[in-house]
Write a protein that binds this ligand. Structure first.
Ligand SMILES: [Zn+2]
Length: 95
């Protein structure tokens, strides 16, 4: 049985263009309530990957209204224009 981290790494390796947390949850058939756990797992991936020569990149969440870029992977509300429609962060595994 593979760990959640291994399953996420395998999935990201199959998707060059990257995936959002929602897409990862959908593809791995996880409970949507596991969002926090998935994010925490993704944040721990870089350590596991160094040995394999892989790098985890995050395309940050972006406000759909003004384009504000967040630095953290999870965003719910734009600090600039108060917009709540936020484009999700995308995670990409690069060699
Ligand atoms: Zn905004």
């Amino acid at each position: 049985m593979k760990t959640l981290r291994e399953r996420i790494i395998d999935l990201l390796l199959e998707h060059d263009e990257g995936l959002t947390v929602s897409e990862i949850i959908y593809q791995l058939d996880l409970d949507p309530r596991m969002e926090k756990e998935v994010l925490a797992t993704i944040e721990k991936i870089p350590k596991a990957l160094k040995k394999k020569g892989l790098k985890l990149l995050m395309i940050p969440p972006r406000c759909k209204s003004c384009g504000f870029e967040f630095s953290k992977p999870k965003a719910t509300r734009c600090p600039k224009c108060k917009e709540q429609r936020i484009e999700e962060a995308v995670f990409v595994l690069k060699t």
